[in-house]
Design a binder for this molecule. Structure first.
Ligand code: 5CA
Length: 387
């Protein structure tokens, strides 16, 4: 293996910009051309829609550059984009592209430019767990996830062609995480395990739960698998890590017990109060659709819309749940507040996509002040919104 990174100078430059963002060893220099999106897709063996095209436009009045990161499957609709940008756009000349990005057409990367460019990201890209972009040279590309593209470029997610739900909805929405926010999954999980282990000491519970969260994160970041598989495997390996073998033995029973996991006492009332005021509510959950449906029915939680990991085939904090929600409803993220008990899974990615956020401290996770609002529970939050 070549430990010194890419050979082409332009690709080395992109490699340095990637390293600065914690994205090491991503670049592939290929024997065939990756000059166009379809060539790049054939060269790496992915769908052309997973290719990030880095297209430069020029604002007609100010002359400023705009970088549009579009899916290889899309032809950017310039008149639509002008609405997002707020100014007429023209295509950039090859010279302009080189002067503002530092790279020639055919190899323009989405980052690593001499100065930061106003950046818009095609939100259809953000439903793919794996993306490929040009790495400075027409034979070099690099792999990154949708979440990494958002974070590394700081770009704004927008539709680059008119979306199906064309008219921006005027509805007000509140979107919720489910397990850990509406449903007390920590109690539910131990209620499922303790018939096998006997009552666990508080210390063992905390250690097991912490190890479980770590294992779950690790498994969810891999290739998509159903949540009922992931949760069993996460509990088994957490039990091994902390040395509570009996807990691992009970892991098989967990998925079918999930619909019994109790809603927090204020969950149903809070959803009903919001809906009675004309606010629409949705649940965006890292679980299989059938299990969520059973939870909502059994716990009598009324919602207008649902997006699950099994539908988008990825797990939060990947952005796909929120993108799917925006596409289905036609609402813009600024009209939505996303509510969750987790900074990692929900608050951080929702903010990155322009949603308002409210953190509910269900299990007293340390507040890190990245959420606009923080409340001890849902009842307090909805009371505050009412006053
Ligand atoms: N390496 C591949 C993707 S990994 C790549 O760079 N594809 S691209 O689509 O981002 O870059 C080619 C794009 O540059 C074309 O889609 C086109 O929009 C733009 N382009 C090509 N020729 C010109 C030109 N003469 N003037 C301005 N833009 C051009």
């Amino acid at each position: 293996m070549d430990d010194d990174g890419p050979r082409q100078p332009a690709a080395r430059h992109v490699d340095r910009a990637l390293r600065e963002r914690g994205l090491e060893g991503r670049i592939r220099e290929l024997p065939t051309s990756t000059r166009t999106a379809s060539e790049a897709a054939s060269a790496v063996g992915c769908d052309v829609r997973q290719i990030v095209k880095s297209l430069v436009f020029r604002k007609a009045h100010s002359g400023e550059p705009v970088l549009v990161l579009a899916s290889g499957g899309h032809r950017v609709d310039e008149s639509w984009m002008e609405r997002e940008v707020g100014e007429p756009l023209s295509r950039a000349s090859p010279e302009f592209v080189r002067s503002v990005t530092g790279f020639a057409i055919g190899g323009v990367p989405p980052l690593g430019h001499p100065s930061e460019l106003a950046t818009f990201i095609d939100y259809d890209l953000l439903e793919y767990p794996e993306l490929w972009a040009a790495a400075g040279h027409p034979n070099a590309v690099f792999r990154l996830s949708a979440r990494e593209l958002l974070e590394a470029t700081g770009g704004r997610a927008v539709p680059v062609v008119p979306p199906a739900a064309f008219d921006r909805s005027e509805d007000r929405w509140v979107t919720f995480d489910c397990y850990g926010t509406l449903v007390d999954w920590k109690s539910g999980l131990f209620a499922a395990l303790e018939p096998g282990t006997g009552p666990m000491a508080r210390w063992d519970r905390e250690r097991l739960f912490a190890a479980f969260l770590g294992e779950e994160q690790r498994l969810e970041a891999q290739e998509y698998r159903a949540y009922r598989t992931i949760i069993v495997e996460a509990v088994r390996s957490a039990a091994t890590v902390v040395g509570i073998a009996a807990a691992g033995a009970g892991a098989d029973r967990i998925p079918e017990s999930i619909p019994e996991w109790p809603a927090f006492p204020d969950a149903r009332d809070s959803l009903e109060r919001l809906r009675s005021r004309g606010v629409r509510v949705a649940v965006l959950s890292n679980i299989d659709r059938d299990l969520l449906d059973q939870t909502l029915e059994r716990q009598r939680l009324p919602v207008d819309e649902v997006v699950t990991a099994s539908e988008v085939r990825s797990y939060k904090p990947a952005p796909a749940h929120w993108i799917r929600f925006l596409k289905r409803t036609g609402v813009s993220p600024g009209r939505v507040c996303h509510v969750s008990g987790s900074y990692y899974y929900d608050i951080a990615p929702a903010r990155r996509l322009g949603f308002r956020t409210a953190y509910v401290a269900r299990y007293r996770e340390e507040a890190d002040a990245t959420s606009e609002e923080v409340a001890p529970d849902l009842r307090t939050l909805v009371d505050r919104w009412d006053s």
